[in-house]
Ligand binder design. Structure first.
Ligand SMILES: [Zn+2]
Length: 526
């Protein structure tokens, strides 16, 4: 390989491009139908992709070029940096690559095909969530919650082995462990992140304790049990990451009888963005054998953008669809003139920020009147409830993020530890839940992110902070978001279009005039 920066970048681009496309297409097909063949295609494509980036020679050249000060052109310098970071993330020997891919594939198959069993009947995640949300029967929610955790036992040993392998690769590069390496190579300073999370823990402590008390009282009444009998299965979802709906207003009734696709298209049209092509390429409704989560994928960095959802006519799925389309429009409006390597969001959390911002419109009273067509006076009464719901969700999610991030840090610091206990220690500390009595099970492994999206969760929290900063800017300058093409224009010009030509710090500062900070996010619940 030549060491002239432009030639090097060109060569890497030409080689990486088809590998990435093949890999993403295989991912998409396996998510749509988790057959043995589809999963084996993902495995092969992923192996080819990782093998390419794991090349030590490529890494050495990227490192040298990245460190040399001769590259003045900022677009070239940024491309070199991204090549260096991607190569560094993939530095590991052939045996490690093979083993990791094998484990990931096996574990992926288990998660995708897993359905909890209750009394011999298989339940989808949607069915489990519906029961946890609506039931008033303690015995039933316990049974369903426990069923949702069985997948943890099926994958725990493999997930532990994955952590060991990731750690070995990280240590060979001089990092403390995989947690440390992951953050560093996504340009996040670990100490800065921990300080920020400590601040969030502190600032959310009182409001969360108040909210939790209120939830507990409501749950005692709903289930007819004393407070000391409340356990994690009473809290409305599998991980207490969203929490039960509080108050009288049923937000699901808002979207009942609505076609979510139409609502979503109208929402984006109102801010001057066209999602028609994305929706037509997307896989929107549940089926057996299909991945039960939701995601957005940009197959080729040339506009083949798709989302996968499992839509039901509920408020949560309306929010999720707007969320995934938020990722999609970010990709769709990247400046097409950017070089391939920079035709991507600035950072994982900047695209999460946009997705979160768009999903949160389903709590915006203007969305009810302007998009759904709810009558003014009904919208007004719903507004307070919606606002409260939004605040509640942010608080609950923040505490859940603290659990996930702290657990993962401990997980990688010692994968041999008593993780079952560590998990519940974190849940009790941050989410104030009471652990189930005498339960010995790897409940941590029931969360798919721990296995397949490692050291990712902090991006959601950082996304929340940035979303609040974006919302503040758009409220001040455009009066809001719903139905305002000027707000959409600003997002396209200032956030989407620059792609990865700027790092996240520069992007946030340039666009909002401020560094990333928790001020506006905390205001929304404190
Ligand atoms: Zn997202």
């Amino acid at each position: 390989m030549k060491k002239h920066p432009e030639d090097f970048i060109k060569k890497i681009t030409e080689q990486a491009r088809p590998l990435e496309k093949t890999y993403y297409l295989a991912e998409w097909e396996a998510a749509a139908e988790a057959s043995i063949e589809a999963l084996s295609r993902v495995k092969d494509a992923q192996a080819a992709y990782i093998r390419f980036w794991s090349d030590p020679e490529l890494f050495q050249i990227a490192k040298q070029l990245n460190e040399s000060e001769k590259v003045d052109d900022p677009l070239l310098a940024r491309q070199l940096k991204l090549i260096y970071l991607t190569a560094a993330q993939n530095q590991q020997d052939e045996a490690t690559i093979e083993r990791l891919i094998e484990l990931e594939s096996r574990v992926r198959q288990r998660y995708y095909n897993y359905r909890g069993r209750v009394d011999g009947r298989e339940l989808s995640d949607n069915e489990i969530d519906d029961i946890l949300k609506a039931s008033r029967d303690s015995g039933q929610v316990q049974q369903v919650w426990e069923a949702s955790k069985q997948v943890g036992q099926q994958v725990a040993e493999e997930v532990r082995e994955m952590a060991r392998l990731r750690n070995t690769a990280a240590r060979a590069q001089g990092f403390r462990d995989h947690f440390h390496r992951s953050l560093f190579l996504e340009e996040i300073d670990e100490q800065e992140l921990l300080d920020l999370f400590e601040d969030l823990e502190e600032q959310s402590r009182k409001p969360f304790a108040g909210l939790k008390g209120e939830i507990d009282r409501a749950l005692c009444a709903r289930f007819g049990v004393p407070e000391e009998d409340l356990r994690p299965w009473h809290y409305g979802d599998r991980f207490f990451q969203e929490g039960p709906q509080l108050g009288e207003v049923d937000l699901d009734s808002l979207v009942a009888n609505q076609a979510l696709e139409k609502l979503a298209a109208a929402t984006y049209e109102g801010i001057g963005m066209d999602v028609g092509a994305i929706l037509s390429r997307s896989d929107l409704y549940p089926r057996s054998g299909k991945n039960q989560h939701a995601f957005c994928i940009h197959i080729d960095r040339e506009g083949d953008i798709r989302t996968l959802n499992n839509l039901q006519t509920t408020h949560r799925w309306a929010e999720t669809l707007l969320h995934e389309l938020g990722h999609s429009v970010y990709e769709q409006y990247l400046d097409p003139e950017l070089p391939w390597l920079l035709r991507a969001p600035a950072h994982t959390f900047t695209t999460e920020a946009v997705a979160i911002l768009m999903g949160s419109l389903t709590f915006d009273p203007e969305w009810y009147t302007r998009v759904i067509g709810t009558k003014e006076e009904i919208a007004r009464t719903l507004a307070a409830a919606a606002l409260r719901n939004d605040q509640t969700k942010k608080l609950i999610f923040t505490r859940w993020c603290l659990t996930m991030t702290h657990f993962e840090r401990l997980f990688y610091s010692d994968p041999e530890a008593d993780l079952d206990t560590t998990w519940w220690d974190c849940v009790e500390r941050f989410q104030l839940l009471r652990r189930p009595d005498a339960r010995r099970a790897p409940d941590w492994a029931a969360k798919i992110h721990i296995a397949l999206a490692p050291v990712y969760y902090h991006n959601y929290e950082l996304g929340h902070l940035m979303a609040s900063q974006l919302r503040k800017r758009l409220t001040e300058e455009d009066g809001g978001i719903v139905g305002r093409p000027s707000a959409g224009r600003w997002l396209i010009d200032r956030i989407f279009s620059p792609g990865a030509s700027l790092d996240w710090r520069a992007l946030v500062e340039k666009a909002t005039g401020e560094a990333l900070n928790p001020r506006y996010f905390v205001c929304s619940f404190a």
